[in-house]
Design a protein around this ligand. Sequence first.
Ligand code: HEC
Ligand code: HEC
Length: 258
Amino acid sequence: MRVLGACALALAVAACAHAAPQVAYDSAALPHGALGAEIAYGREIVMQTRRVLPGDVRANMDCAACHVDGGTRARGGSFVGTFATFPQWNKRARRVIALQDRLAECFLYSMNGRPPAYASREMIALVAYIAWLSRGTPTGRAEASSQRFAIALPSGSPDRARGSALYAQRCAACHGAGGAGGGAFPPLWGATSFNGGAGMARIDLMTGFVYYNMPKNAPGTLSPQEAYDVAGFVLSHERPAFRRNAMVSFPALPARYF
Ligand code: HEC
Ligand code: HEC
């Protein structure tokens, strides 16, 4: 029951409570001065990544495609508390990572791009924004954002034929019949989508995300089985491969920078 909670009992209710904001981002509440300006810049990067960092992003989406409303939705890739979970052990990298490393992962996999340098204004602004959303969360106790949209997967494999029919009815109007999205609607598969290494390419994470957040115009109206079937259909398509051996390099800085 932990995983489904009240939302499962309220499937018929269009705007399920889990789609509600966890915190509101209030620019008037930011600290005055340089720090507040950097937090606002971090927010801008999350909302408009393609515009602000065109050279670092190849997928046709912004961070907010998966971190709904800039990471302020409880079950929509929330950043609230995230700052307090770092440094943390990372299974994929098999080392302890800092928040900058986690941000680099989303640039490399979800955005199919490359990370800004750790000392860059952009990386520090992202950290400042996530720290701001996390204020008040004690370190060492918060859960990762994906745990908040985890659901118990139905047994068996997803039924892609049912998923395909559901996609046509409930998703295609925004994400396109061919999955390529466009404009305000992010691509779900194909050359402009996230690559195969991304968290969203995992059936469990996409099922939970879709269950709590999609369809955008009626979240909370899909059953776990429907979310699983449609995620199975979406993930049956081609997407870019993660280029494991591409080199990531950051420009050198003079000592006086620090
Ligand atoms: C295609 C969807 C997608 C996009 C786009 C995306 N992310 Fe993510 N992000 C995820 C998913 C899914 C997770 C959780 C994955 C996991 O736990 O394995 C995640 C996790 C994170 C986390 C860790 C959160 C926590 O509490 O553990 C951070 C920080 C993050 N993303 C930042 C970003 C930033 C910044 C961008 C834009 C540069 C971005 N992401 C773009 C899907 C995405
Ligand atoms: C009314 C338009 C609309 C409909 C219908 C809709 N979506 Fe979305 N979807 C969005 C928008 C907009 C986003 C970006 C996040 C946000 O703003 O909530 C998004 C984000 C996503 C994402 C994460 C980003 C990415 O590109 O991978 C997935 C996965 C997703 N939708 C799947 C679905 C599925 C599956 C359906 C059908 C069950 C669906 N959506 C129906 C508008 C829609």
